[in-house]
Design a protein around this ligand. Sequence first.
Ligand code: GDP
Ligand code: MG
Length: 370
Amino acid sequence: PDVITIQELANRMAERGVEIIKYLMKDGAMHKITDVIDSDTAQLIAEEFGHTVRRVSEADVEEGFIGEKDNEEDLVPRAPVVTIMGHVDHGKTSLLDAVRAANVVSQEAGGITQHIGAYQVTIPSGQKITFIDTPGHAAFTAMRARGAKVTDIVILVVAADDGVKPQTIEAINHAKAAEVPIIIAINKIDKPGADPQRVRTELLSHEIVVESMGGDTLEIEVSALKRTNLDALLEAVVLQAEVLELKANPDRPADGVVVEAKLERGRGPVGTALVQRGTLRLGDIIVAGSAWGRVRALINDVGEHTKEAGPSVPVEVLGFDTAPEAGDQFAVVENEARAREITEYRERERRKTLAVAGQRGSLEQMMNQL
Ligand code: GDP
Ligand code: MG
């Protein structure tokens, strides 16, 4: 049920809390400033004090936040967004680095690639692919937990000298739960003990049948270390993306997901936005979780300032009032008043959740129950 503390109601009406307590006392009810009252009572009080009440509900917030659905004819193809997952030490980071090094035009920005949580490459055929490079599992699960669908395709790295391991299975389960197609990268084929065939067989017991065994899961043998067969891996991504027919309308206010966020000395709150629909531009009013701001600067994955970012493009955003959180969904809204309304509502909801957790025990205990 919707509740509010007397203090908060007083704040919002710009009245003293004691006035509300006095008012409630007329009905014989004794209250403290920290007591909560239900929203109907709050509305009565507010009207009694001469205020006009407009209640904001989650439905209200979400409706305005998500905006209208796109028309089919406005949709244009967009780059696939890929997350690399796999067991520890099977070569996720090496693969991300190798792919990036091989496909980023190095004279851009003096060849300095930035770590902003995601990057985009252009492969020789001209197609673009976006990679999320925040630590695989953590980011993926955090975003999933917040209901954000970030990834179109998962590349599952399995070391050919080690085979299917617990985190490999975990990744398979995550991808399946999210209904995201998997491409298998059998890595480390340069190693003497490599046995790619064993990987294929082991995958069978987790309901993954690779192409060479008559199934429909693409598998590529690679070496991140020697940069072997990376082109074939990226071609497989493009092939998979074509099947998915990924499209978005670039011509609307932007929304998407925050893939990384931090507070940086000298720069303030910085969030990396992965645009999913629309085009994010300088000057836009952006809301992400309970953070908001006017976009003051946009910086791409090679450190260049840019004026806009379209679908599947990751970009650092400067101008938030506080740091958003990785996994927060963001959207551009029409004005500051709307941004405040949404973030204040969310902040209240967050406090309520914390208050409830406080009654039950520590936040830590709550997290352990999840
Ligand atoms: P992550 O934990 O999955 O991110 O794995 P890393 O990328 O950190 O790789 C773990 C170790 O495996 C490092 O020592 C890498 O140099 C090594 N490695 C990664 N890919 C290959 C490969 O293709 N061949 C060989 N021989 N070693 C690799
Ligand atoms: Mg790593």
